[in-house]
Design a binder for this molecule. Structure first.
Ligand code: PHB
Length: 442
């Protein structure tokens, strides 16, 4: 539990199913270590080609990296870097982020704020060393005007200093590492997703009142996000009066068999289990939790990545009835979301996920910013000032604002329950948990 304590103190169709199953089967090994503030996590994931140019699934152009020494961002075309994992545990998250960004571009004729956009895609493998390397390439060789993407907290922490020092705006569209918008906050870094604190703190009090008033087991992968999610849940649950049990941090990316951890949960006398897992790990954990016989005996809860629409179909009945917290579900009934969901389903043949929404909103944030500066990106201070002042963003999650103090979204979290909706499993919003603002650096 040392890492947990440190974290705390630091404070679909068959075709699509097969496609996803194939991706989740890809090998990744990453024994993560808890990242220090603003520093890189060391992780030994498999090496693979660092960057790829790829065609967009909607048919719109996604550029291959441009040659060294090509002109900077000032010309007519706005070059935007998109850092996403396209292999390993988090591959499907990266694909969804690519889709969400591309959808906003397609809806706007390939332009943001009056500039034609060239997307330069870079594969991070959710590995901080690869992430740093491709970020350097985007900045120094491709000379992008700004960068978005990043799934993993470890990658976000690893590239923070590079973006801060090179003064290239970075819009993080997933990674929740708290310090990115706290102690290591940078004028040049914004987030359209969440902080790890938000996604897990938001379910703590509810868990105390509705699951068990003591003895909740906590489990998450052994890297920065896992420790932060557990710490935030514990903070809220203990503030409500509960006490969490010992926890477990299975190795990130390499754990296929959760049986030893499931035995630990069973033998711990737990009255509930809080789990943060995403992508391929969420599929394995939720299925094995059911197969081990724990599902009906010990309620399983967590941040909504555990049952997002990218993993639900593969989880099947094992996920039915699970309750999680998140700032999005495609079943939110608001006009922006209803239009977005229909367009996304039409374009990609599947339900949008929170990752797609966060990336769609990163494109919106860039568009609103460029509108405010007349499409001119050379004066980076004017760009970040405009980004800080875009006001309310009309998102499928509901309108939200970027907190000028932290550059992190201020947003509502929903309790969702997995239920069958029109013949398929979906995350039905059953309770509004309130608006959560990350406390920022204290
Ligand atoms: C993270 O590493 O911050 C992270 C990864 C996957 C998620 C959420 C957060 O679904």
């Amino acid at each position: 539990m040392d890492d947990l304590e440190n974290g705390r103190n630091k404070g679909m169709s068959r075709r699509l199913f097969l496609k996803r199953a194939g991706l989740f089967g890809a090998a990744v090994s990453a024994p993560g270590l808890l990242a220090a503030c603003g520093g890189a996590e060391t992780a030994g994931e498999q090496a693979s080609p660092a960057a790829t140019g790829a065609a967009s699934p909607t048919g719109a152009a996604t550029a291959a990296p441009s040659p060294t020494g090509s002109p900077a961002a000032g010309g007519d075309t706005l070059r935007v870097g998109l850092m996403v994992p396209l292999s390993g545990t988090y591959a499907s998250l990266g694909e969804d982020m690519r889709n969400g960004f591309q959808m906003y571009l397609d809806e706007n004729g390939g332009m943001l704020g009056g500039r034609t956009v060239e997307v330069v895609e870079a594969e991070t493998e959710a590995n901080p060393e690869v992430g740093l390397r491709v970020a350097q390439r985007l900045i120094e060789e491709d000379r992008v005007a700004m960068v978005t993407g990043i799934v993993s907290s470890a990658v976000a922490l690893g590239v923070r200093d590079l973006f801060h020092e090179s003064q290239v705006p970075l819009i993080v569209s997933n990674a929740g590492a708290n310090d990115v918008t706290r102690a290591a906050m940078s004028p040049y870094i914004f987030r359209t997703s969440f902080s790890n604190w938000q996604s897990s703190y938001s379910i703590g009090e509810w868990a105390y009142e509705n699951v068990a008033d003591s003895d909740i087991f906590v489990i998450a992968p052994d890297y920065a996000a896992g420790a932060e999610d557990i710490a935030a849940f514990r903070e809220a649950y203990e503030a409500a009066g509960g006490t969490v049990l010992e926890g477990a941090l299975p190795p990130f990316g390499t754990t296929q068999d959760y049986q030893p951890f499931l035995s630990e949960i069973q033998n711990s006398g737990a009255r509930g289990t809080f789990a943060f897992f995403a992508g391929g790990e969420a599929i394995n954990f939720v299925q094995q939790y059911r197969d081990f016989g724990l599902k009906d005996a010990i309620p399983l809860i967590g941040p909504g990545f555990l049952t997002d629409e990218g993993v639900l179909e593969a989880q099947g009945d094992a996920a039915a009835g699970l309750r999680t917290s998140l700032h999005y579900t495609p079943l939110l009934d608001n006009e922006t979301n209803n239009t977005f969901r229909a367009a996304y389903e039409e374009a990609f043949g599947e339900s949008p996920t929170v990752y797609a929404v966060q990336s769609y909103d990163a494109a919106q944030l860039i568009a609103l910013t460029l509108d405010a500066v007349g499409g001119e990106t050379d004066d980076v201070d004017a760009v970040v000032e405009a980004m800080e002042n875009v006001g309310s963003i009309d998102s499928p999650r509901g309108s939200f604002e970027i907190d000028p103090e932290t550059h992190n979204p201020i947003q509502t979290f929903y309790l969702r329950e997995v239920q069958e909706v029109e013949g398929a499993l979906g995350n039905v919003p059953i309770e509004d948990l309130g608006v959560f603002t990350d406390p920022g650096a204290s």
